[in-house]
Design a protein around this ligand. Sequence first.
Ligand SMILES: [Zn+2]
Length: 399
Amino acid sequence: MQTSSKSNKPTTGTNLEHARLHNRRVVLEAIRQAGRLTRADLTRLTSLTAQTISNIVAELLSESKLSVHAPEKTARGQPPIPLSINPDGGFSIGFHVEQHQIVAVLLDLKGVTRGRRVHAVSYPTFAEALPLLLKCIEWFRRKVSAERLLGIGIALPGPFGVAGMSAVGPTSMPGWDDEQSLALLRERTGLPVLMENDATAAAMGERLYGVAGGLRDFAYLFVGHGLGSGLYLDNRLYSGHWRNAGEIGHVIVVPNGKTCYCGKRGCLERYVSGASLLEHLGVGADQNLSDLDLTDNQHAAGIERWLAEAVPALRHAINVLESLLDPETMLVGGMLSNDILARLIDQSFPLYPSVSGREDRAHARLQLGTAGPDCVALGAAALVVLAELSPDYQALLKA
Ligand SMILES: [Zn+2]
């Protein structure tokens, strides 16, 4: 989990059980990517032996994780039987915990949303939210066979476990990122529970459901109540040694600028975040942005003032991220309306020159995420499914 650093266990050395699980994921991932494959296709594509494929397929069929389709017609011999992922073969629950609401989604093994719930909250601690989480889980559990629930993914604002940053100010959610909380939820549900920061889950959501489909290298700037970025690099999530990679909200972009809750001055999050917009609208930074109608004329001047401050700060952040990561594109998304985010993006051009200023680009340097308001909850749930499916799961999801 995210509060502890990666272990120093050697990466080489395996055992039979590990190899079996790895091979299962290879088979599932190959079928997921192709849509339909026969056993012969799997043998050809995976370099596993026909006997191993046969054993794994039998096991997956017995668990209902695969569907069998009508055999393909052949001139002679045994007709090959196409196999696909059975959407009902497994489900995961994703929670997006924010300062003012909790969104919960139920995802099937093919990644389709099968249930959704939204609850208004106000800076809940884990203990306060626990009954609500359990109620959601119970509600979803009644929709599917309990034994087919693979696990729970929770995404919430970071940074995690950082002295002086993780529990101060209106953008933090203290009391969630401790092992005790997760252990309690595991104990109460009997399910694996994973936690990830909202921007990282959003990057996963955008990769699976939005404009980042097929991209190998991008960063996702998540403008929530605060600000963070999710890093998808070399075709996998990168979450850092302490799960705080991409937490750029407290990078200083305006020397001697606005005082920040973290004790510094001029942090990016003081200019580009929902909380900073609220301040420009003359509302407390701990209020709920969704309570305001931002299309109302009375807020127009405040939004303009916010953009005037946010744009130079964002340009600075993009310059740093592009130079550091050499991404295919940078995405912006989050809790602000698409209209406001689109204005933020438009006004940020021209961006500062950087290594990203190339003629041979296939994507704009900065663009709006398209995965929608459930992006984070979907990403959190998808991480659980990917743990079941992907042979690269340890890179996608550090458990
Ligand atoms: Zn700060």
